[in-house]
Each structure stands twice: as C-alpha cells, then as structure tokens.
Design a protein around this ligand. Structure first.
Ligand code: HAM
Length: 422
C-alpha cells in the first residue's frame, strides 16, 4: 500500500489498460460520428478566469457556489479549473470571432472537467466530457440534429437501455412569469426550504427545482410546471423539435421537471439517462443557450450543445460486454545474440508496416519467452535461433491453435499480411 502522500486525490483516478481501450473507443467513435455532422474539434485551456464560469453557469448554482476549484494565481487573479466546457467554448467563440465563419458553426471538444462534488459511484472530481456546441441557428432543426447525433453515437457504441428526455424551459419572454408562479407557490413553504434554496427563493427560484436536499424535493411536489407557462414561440419551437425527433426516429420522452443545474439554458433542455447506472444515471445532457454569446460580448447568436460523461459511458460498456484489449500479432522469441539482433530487424520492418510486434529477451530461455508471449496474448510466435539463422527459415506457432510450421525470412511479410487480411 502506498503512503497517503503518494495517492491520487479523492475523486480523481488513473485510467489504465485495459479500460483505456474503451476510452479510446468512445473518443474515436465520437470523432467519427461528429465529423459526419460537420463538427470540428477545438482544444481549449482547462483553466479560465473565474468570471467566465460564474457569469455563464450562474452565481446561484451548485457548481459555482460549491463545486469550483477556484484559487488565486501568482498574479493575484482569480482562476478556476473548468467545471464544464460550454462557458469556455463561448468565451473562445467570442474572443476569436468565430461567428465570422459560415453559420452554423459546429465544434466539439473533449477533456477533463473539475467539480468538487462528493465522490461516489459515477461521480468524480476530475471527470471527462466529450461535448459539442453548435452556433448560429435558432431553429429546432439544429436541436433535433444535435440530439439525433448523440443518439446515433450511443447506438454506434452499442449502448442499450438509454432514454432521451426533453423539456423546454422557456425564454426571457416567458421565464419571468414562471418565476413569479414559483415564488407564489413556494411563499407559503419557505420555512421548509434548505438555507441554499431560501437564498435562491429571491434570486433564482428555478434553482429550487434542481436542489438535491430531500426536504426541498418533497416541498416542490405540485410546483407549477414550466411547460404550462412557456410562450407561443417557445411552444412552437418545442413542438417542432418533437416532430423532427419523431421524423429522425429518435425515441424520447417529455420530462417537464428537468431544469438542469446550469443557468444559461433557454428553451430546449435534454438528458440521456441509463438504467444501467446507479443514482448518477445521466450519461449526457445539454440544451439550447440563445443568450450566452451575447452575454460574453458577442453578437446575438443562438446556440445548442451537449456533453457526455466518458466515465459513465465506459461503465456501461464494461457492463454490456467483456471487451477484448488489443494483442500483439507476433512475438519473436530468439536464442542468442545474433538471433536477437535479427529479430529486432524483423520487428522493425513489420512495425513499419503497422503491425504490432513484440520481441523476447534473447538471453532468456525459450520457455520464459514463450510464457511472456502467452501473457501478452500474442497470436503468433516466431522462433529464431542459430539453426534458423543458418537455414534462413524460422519456426512459427499459432498460440490460438492455428497450427505451426516453418517460414522463409523472405516470406514473413506475405504470411502476416495474409493473416491480417483474413
Ligand atoms: P452537465 O449536465 O453538468 O452539463 O454535465 C454533462 C454530463 O457530464 C453529465 O450528464 C454526466 O454524464 C457528466 N458529469 C457531470 N458531472 C460529473 C461528475 N462529477 N462525474 C462524472 N461525470 C459527470 C454540462 O456540463 C453542460 N456543459 C452540457 C452542455 C453542453 N450544455 C450545452 N452544451
């Protein structure tokens, strides 16, 4: 057991083989799917001025009030590790005038996010998101495409038992009326609210709907629903989204209780949950945020996006099916110095062809080299000793039971190419 000083921090974990292969699968599949929808990758800093997040996510949200890794840097600036990606993307969008590109501008990103939450299964303090953000189109078509793209990604990954829930949380026209309705509803129940919600009651009563305290969850039973208060334009947008999702054959359900834990959303919000996860069952979530670019000093620009939690997707993949980690195609065992050098040359030649080759320690016994080949799971072993050097023929053996034989050195490439193509 390592000493506490040298252990990773609570809620932060190492990602090692074989799990890493699932991570790569998720990242590569996402990259493939996103690119056919025209999303381009961007890479942004993991740290920003604190105001980038407070301004956008909202002063009265759990993330900003309790969960940010915020500190003062050596230049006396308040900086924060990013708790999510959208705020940074919008900051970058405005800073780099990306609105000058043809609309809609579509970006994706992936990387670590940081939230000082209470760690539990599926919840980490450093976690990874793959996210997308699309700018410049106010229509429900873009919401539908983004949600359909997420559904396609999850189906390409082979995830089953996931469900898409959607909601509309209105806009600046209808939200004030809803806010009033909430204030009226909670006015007689104020005593029972948690201290956070008591503060939120005046400033941002919508946040009470997102509080995890059991007392608040109980008190909000029967609270007015946003979908009963949205204006005509928001309703039209929401109905259009539903008809487009049906057209695209994306199954979804309506969840009028979903408000999301971030303040920047307007109109559409959505979440993908899985029965396969415990309490932390949201695999991905997102929504529309039509005011945010403006708030960052850019031109009026509607936008929509989502982020997917990689740890949670990997957890589901692990449950779904045992995943075979990649294995070397060939292990070259060699006996003696000369054969060792020859095997190195062959390995180099094959690696140049993109084949995974491992070599044994020529000073070790054949038995120990074979044991290593076995442990690595190599599909084939080549054996080279003095005799093979003399005859120009090596011995091969298929560790998967596919036979054994001899092979001229000059035939190696053709032999392996045929195997790979099989
Ligand atoms: P979010 O709902 O805060 O949204 O996070 C999105 C996803 O990140 C969650 O559904 C979950 O899978 C994962 N996640 C969040 N917190 C943790 C955690 N502590 N540990 C493990 N996984 C976690 C956003 O972050 C928005 N930026 C999404 C968005 C993009 N909206 C518009 N564009």
């Amino acid at each position: 057991m390592s000493s506490a000083q040298y252990r990773s921090l609570k809620g932060m974990q190492d990602i090692l083989p074989p799990d890493i292969y699932l991570w790569q699968k998720v990242e590569q599949t996402a990259q493939r799917i996103f690119s056919v929808y025209g999303f381009q990758e961007i890479r942004l800093p993991v740290m920003e001025s604190t105001s980038v997040f407070t301004r956008s996510i909202g002063e009265n949200t759990d993330i900003v009030e309790k969960e940010m890794y915020t500190f003062t840097d050596k230049g006396a600036r308040s900086v924060s590790l990013r708790p999510e990606g959208t705020a940074s993307v919008v900051r970058s969008y405005v800073e780099n005038s990306l609105y000058n590109l043809p609309a809609p501008q579509k970006f994706y990103y992936s990387g670590p996010m940081f939230r000082y939450e209470r760690p539990q299964s599926g919840r980490f303090r450093q976690f990874y998101q793959i996210g997308v953000e699309a700018f410049g189109d106010p229509g429900a078509k873009l919401d539908a495409e983004v949600i359909a793209m997420l559904a396609l990604l999850l189906s390409f990954l082979g995830l089953e038992g996931v469900s898409v829930q959607i909601n509309s949380i209105g806009c600046e026209v209808c939200r004030p009326g809803y806010r009033e309705a909430l204030i009226t509803f909670f006015s007689a129940k104020r005593e029972g609210l948690c201290p956070d919600c008591l503060r939120r009651y005046d400033k941002n009563p919508l946040r009470i709907l997102d509080c995890k305290a059991s007392g608040c969850i109980e008190l909000r039973q029967g609270a007015p629903r946003i979908t009963d208060h949205i204006c005509g334009d928001c309703r039209t947008h929401f109905e259009k989204l539903q008809s487009l999702l049906s057209l695209l054959k994306v199954s979804f359900s309506l969840n009028p209780e979903m408000v999301r834990g971030l303040d920047y959303y307007t109109r559409t919000t959505f979440e993908v949950t899985s029965q396969g996860l415990g309490a932390q069952n949201a695999v991905a979530a997102g929504g529309r945020y039509d005011r945010l670019v403006r708030e960052f000093g850019g031109p009026e620009t509607p936008a929509v996006g989502f982020a997917l939690g990689i740890e949670r997707v990997v957890e589901l993949l692990k449950k779904a099916a045992p995943h075979a980690a990649p294995v070397p195609l060939v292990f070259i065992a060699s006996i003696g110095d000369k054969a060792g050098s020859e095997s190195l040359g062959i390995a180099q030649q094959l690696r140049q062809r993109g084949l995974w080759v491992e070599t044994g320690d020529p000073s070790g016994s054949l038995k120990s080299q074979m044991r290593r080949a076995d442990r690595l799971g190599a599909r084939y072993v080549f054996i080279i000793g003095d005799e093979e050097l003399l005859s120009g023929r090596l011995k091969w053996k298929g560790l998967d039971g596919s036979g054994q034989g001899e092979l001229l050195f000059s035939e190696i490439e053709a032999f392996l190419t045929a195997l790979v193509e099989k």
